[in-house]
Design a binder for this molecule. Structure first.
Ligand code: ZN
Ligand code: ZN
Length: 266
């Protein structure tokens, strides 16, 4: 278990490093202060430690729940084209769960009060994908894991491919002007996801998808970035955490500051 956690952290760090060297250095939007990246990395390490404590319980509960409900209707293949098709289906359905949970985070007030942490980054970059409140991460895991557990019985090869697909989060947050233009409905890009993080009201509640923007297209939340459109990101009130304690206690901190009139937004 500990080895798996350390391995996933090492792979995530490698992915962030590769995105930084191969994508961000080519056409960055703006310089990212080093302390922003450091705080995101500290958040990831703290989350990994927490995950070590509650992760097995959560995964166990989801797996048992899925089995009790008759889960695992579709048995996925572990070789050949069947493996490729199964892995695609698995990642595509996981993305539906991601889309659904992400929309809830923007519509249910108490979920939004947690999700504002992710939106507080004024310089989104390859490390921003891990800046989430720990409780939101646990809920998200259950939200995505349950439909997968109900639908599929997946071999280790499919689970491994799914794990690799989650590294896309580091690419889509890259501090980069990269855009897929006419194909932006097919795969999310840094420009596509920047629109989601934009401070401009016309961009609010747009581009929720993780990997496949087709969910945004189908459900009316798609907004293609215009050529050269690179809006500023962050919260309307400019609030952001400055250390790990503020990350961990983010919703409490926001509430106290609102009570004291330091911020006005939710
Ligand atoms: Zn969001
Ligand atoms: Zn994001």
């Amino acid at each position: 278990m500990l080895f798996g956690i350390l391995l996933s952290a090492a792979v995530a760090l490698l992915a962030m490093g590769l995105v930084h060297v191969l994508v961000e250095r080519r056409s960055p939007v703006a310089p990212v202060p080093p302390n922003h990246r450091l705080l995101n990395l500290a958040t990831m390490l703290a989350w990994l430690m927490l995950n070590a404590a509650v992760g097995p319980l959560l995964v166990g509960a989801v797996a048992v729940g899925a089995n009790r409900l008759g889960g695992g209707m579709i048995v996925l293949s572990d070789h050949g084209w069947g493996l490729a098709a199964g892995a695609f289906a698995y990642v595509f359905v996981a993305d539906a769960g991601e889309y659904g949970f992400h929309r809830l985070q923007h519509t249910v007030p108490w979920l939004w009060s947690l999700h504002t942490l992710h939106h507080s980054e004024p310089h989104i970059n390859s490390t921003s994908g891990v800046l989430h409140h720990w409780s939101a991460m646990i809920m998200r895991t259950a939200f995505v894991a349950l439909p997968l557990g109900l639908l599929f019985r997946a071999p280790a090869a499919v689970l491994s491919i799914y794990f690799l697909s989650t590294l896309y989060v580091h690419f889509m947050h890259a501090n980069s002007t990269l855009d897929f233009g006419r194909l932006s409905w097919l795969l999310s890009s840094p420009s596509y996801h920047r629109i989601h993080h934009s401070v401009e009201p016309e961009h609010y509640d747009r581009n929720f998808a993780f990997i496949f923007p087709i969910y945004d297209v189908a459900l009316g939340t798609y907004r293609r970035a215009r050529p050269g459109e690179l809006p500023a990101t962050g919260l309307e009130d400019g609030d952001r955490p400055h250390d790990l304690l503020e990350v961990m206690l983010w919703p409490v901190r926001r509430r106290l500051r609102r009570w004291n009139g330091l911020i006005t937004a939710q």
